[in-house]
Design a protein around this ligand. Sequence first.
Ligand SMILES: [Zn+2]
Length: 154
Amino acid sequence: MTEFNKEIDAAFQSAWHADKGGDAKWGAIMQQYGAEPLSDGLKKELLNSEMKITRGAFPIELRRVMEKIMAKYPNDAQGFRMDEKVLEYYQKIKPFSGLGDIFANAVTGTQKYSEGLQKEKTKTIKCKNCGAPRLEEMQYDKCMFCGGELAESF
Ligand SMILES: [Zn+2]
């Protein structure tokens, strides 16, 4: 395993083992890499958003640390699939997806459908990577949840 892979793996594990929304230990790792953490206000907003997590730091913070690691090992970083890694991480920290989840999705789907009828032709902007909707009251280009690219859809 290369040093690059070792550090990516270590960051991944640290984020995963952090408390929900990140903890002091994770904060120290971010600081060590010089990666910018989310503000407390934004964390709170994300914790209350529909993008549920059960544990671990927010995917965007892991992405920021992995970006620093990529910059440290530019040769090894070539061909590294950031979005896939972030999505793999998100799969690990999101609520268990079993039958209950399918049921929840069905209910959400119905709600979305009726909401859609009310707000007809409302433009929604979603993350291409994790599917998070853009926080309405904010303007930004990248997903605040995972750091992926946002795409417009109608
Ligand atoms: Zn996202």
